[in-house]
Ligand binder design. Structure first.
Ligand code: ADP
Length: 494
């Protein structure tokens, strides 16, 4: 039986899964990856640990499912985006710790750049809002702070990669130094429409071209896994950043289709087809992972704290014992009793982009109970998503018909129903919510003829549950107005 192997390297773990011809998952294995926080706002990982964890996860899933490597026709790869690695071309030795996407060490440099003369041009070329989040300023930081790195990079001795590049380079034993269009569009060094590294961006960020990987389509053969690793040669035929892979895993291959991933944060993407989106609402324009050679785009918005607010109630406040308790508690009260919780723990993301905002809990009275607070935390996820969706619709110039949900918190039925209510749009939850790994498998399977067409892949997508809006327009808008007032209270200056 032929299978597709999917490798999914996230921020907290590396996972591997196998899929059969019907798009069914045979098994998934996960190996944790540690994060280090050497200074406030800094987040680092170890490049060799990431590689070892990903290889271990792949070996485990092959062993568990007893699938011989010779039955694996292709591998797809998806990864945490923007995270930055620099290593020696000759030895493969990393020259610095991995700078993780969340790391704020280049925030001051980026703030200065955003005030400077090139700011508008950077956003126009890349579709991105200038921020420490993206790779470019992180590469610059490594070249400026590691002794001799800038000279070595100029002499062609160092290589840059996001996590996909690093893993493919290791899987191919240095034969392929590549990244795909969706990952490259998050570096802030690629011209979004052209799909190529941009000379002006390279010069503004002082990044030598020789260290950059070759950009390849998301669904194409990018290299071959060396037989040493899994026992046979396996073509790597799909690569995509995690959110773009999730968009593919939700079978959103056409303009107008959208998904929201409810995890630690929320990531909403709206496919815009071949149209290059330009956001007037401070959302990001990005490459979608195209299943063919045509250029495909998406508008993206993110919420920094979503499921993390539930984690905070569990770990820091002790209002719940486990995340799933939140559903029953929220449903035990008819509403929040006027309480709003804005979890702006690390500022507010799109469309506000206010790094100085901090969390607030408003509307508390003597009768406020912990159930009200837990419900307010879940509702905050839905309100923040509505803000993203409104901005996306304004940019796209049309209304979304429905939103496809996935991610760890999408199992919460209360949250999904409240989301449908507050958006006034249906929320659709698919049977397979592991959309990231699935999307990478789709891209690899389509590139190799394992699946014949996008239509075939679309036919695998099954609705598990559809949540229809039930709230009156009046109530919906009154609640949302209340949310806006609460958000105003958390903005800086307070
Ligand atoms: P990530 O991939 O971002 O690490 P996951 O998709 O695994 O996150 O989702 C984990 C998040 O979802 C956690 O922040 C957790 O608090 C939240 N979560 C998990 N289960 C539930 C639930 N039943 N209700 C609400 N939130 C949940």
């Amino acid at each position: 039986m032929p299978y597709i192997l999917s490798l999914d390297e996230g921020t907290t773990s590396a996972r591997a899964a196998l899929y059969d011809q019907q798009g069914r998952c045979l098994g998934m294995e996960s190996v944790p990856v540690a994060c280090r926080y050497p200074q406030p706002g800094w987040v680092e990982q170890d490049a060799l640990e990431i590689w070892a964890a990903q290889l271990e996860a792949a070996r485990r899933v092959m062993a568990r499912t007893r699938v011989p490597a010779t039955d694996v026709v292709a591998a797809g790869l998806t990864n945490q985006r923007e995270t930055t690695l620099v290593w020696e071309r000759d030895t493969g030795k990393p020259v610095a710790p991995v700078i993780v996407w969340q790391c704020r060490r280049t925030a001051d440099f980026c703030a200065e750049l955003a005030r400077g003369p090139c700011a508008a041009e950077i956003t126009r070329k890349t579709g991105l809002v200038i921020d420490a989040y993206f790779s470019a300023s992180k590469i610059r930081w490594i070249l400026d702070h590691v002794a001799g790195a800038r000279e070595k990079a100029r002499d062609g001795e160092l290589l840059f990669g996001t996590v996909d590049t690093w893993l493919v380079w290791n899987l191919t034993q240095g034969a392929a130094h590549v990244t795909d269009l969706s990952n490259a569009s998050r570096t802030m060094l690629m011209n979004l429409a052209g799909g190529e590294w941009d000379a002006d961006l390279l010069s503004w960020f002082e990044v030598p071209r020789t260290m950059l990987p070759r950009i390849v389509p998301s669904s194409s053969q990018a290299g071959t896994i060396s037989p040493e690793w899994l026992g046979a040669e396996i073509p790597i035929a799909g690569i995509a950043g995690d959110q773009q892979a999730a968009l593919a895993g939700q079978a959103c291959f056409r303009a107008g289709l959208s998904k929201n991933t409810y995890g630690t944060g929320c990531f909403a993407l709206l496919h815009t087809g071949a149209h290059v989106p330009v956001s007037a609402h401070r959302l990001l324009a990005t490459r979608a992972s195209s299943p063919n050679r045509t250029a495909q785009y998406a508008i993206e918005g993110s919420v920094f704290v979503a499921g993390a607010a539930i984690q905070w109630l569990r770990d820091k406040v002790g209002l719940i014992r486990q995340a799933s308790d939140s559903q029953g508690m929220a449903e035990s009260v008819p509403d929040t009793g006027g309480v709003y919780f804005v979890p702006a723990f690390v500022g507010l993301g799109a469309p506000h982009w206010d790094a100085e905002a901090r969390g607030v809990l408003t509307g508390i009275t003597g009768s406020t109970s912990k159930e009200h607070v837990v419900r307010a935390a879940l509702e905050s996820i839905a309100y923040q998503t509505r803000e993203l969706v409104e901005a996306m619709e304004a940019d796209a110039g049309e209304a979304m018909s429905e939103l496809r949900a996935d991610g760890g918190a999408s199992v919460n039925d209360f949250l999904m129903q409240f989301q449908a209510d507050i958006l006034g749009r249906p929320i659709v939850r698919p049977a397979d919510v592991e959309t990231t790994a699935l999307g990478a498998a789709y891209l690899a399977g389509l590139a190799t003829g394992f699946w014949k067409s996008v239509a075939e892949v679309e036919s695998f997508w099954r609705v598990e549950r559809r949540f229809e809006p039930r709230m009156s327009t009046e109530t919906r808008e009154a609640l949302f107005q209340g949310w806006k007032s609460a958000v105003a209270r958390c903005r800086y200056p307070r």
